[in-house]
Design a protein around this ligand. Sequence first.
Ligand SMILES: [Zn+2]
Ligand SMILES: [Zn+2]
Length: 132
Amino acid sequence: MGPRLCEICNETQSKYKCPACLVPYCSVVCFKKHKEIPCAKPVPSEEKSTTDPESHLERPLNVEEPGNVLQKLQLEAIASASEIRDALKDENLLKIIRNIDGSPDAENELDKAMEVEVFRIFTDKVLPSVAT
Ligand SMILES: [Zn+2]
Ligand SMILES: [Zn+2]
C-alpha cells in the first residue's frame, strides 16, 4: 500500500494526519482548510455496544426509614418462621400484623399493637429469635 493522497486537496501525497480525525493531509495549508469544518474522531465501523458496564454502577439500595425497614424485616421473618405459623392462625393476631405491615406509619401501629396482649405475647416469643 503506497502513501495515501491528501484527502483535502486529493493531489499531493499526505505526510501528516489530523490528530483529531486522522484524515491524511499534505501541508499546513490543507490542514487549515480541513480545520474549517469541525472534525471528529472517525466512528468505528462496528457498532459500539451501547451497554457500557460503567454505566451500571451500583446504585445505593432504595432504603426508606431504617426503622421501618427493620420492622418490615422482622415482620417478614415472623411471617416466614415455621414455628410461628400456628400462632398466626389466631385471626386477631394476624389482623394486627397485617395492620402493621400495611400501615404507612408502621411504628405507630406497632406501638398500638404492643398494647394488645396476644400480640405482646407473640412478640415476646418471636422477637428474640428475630432481633439481631
Ligand atoms: Zn493537500
Ligand atoms: Zn480532522
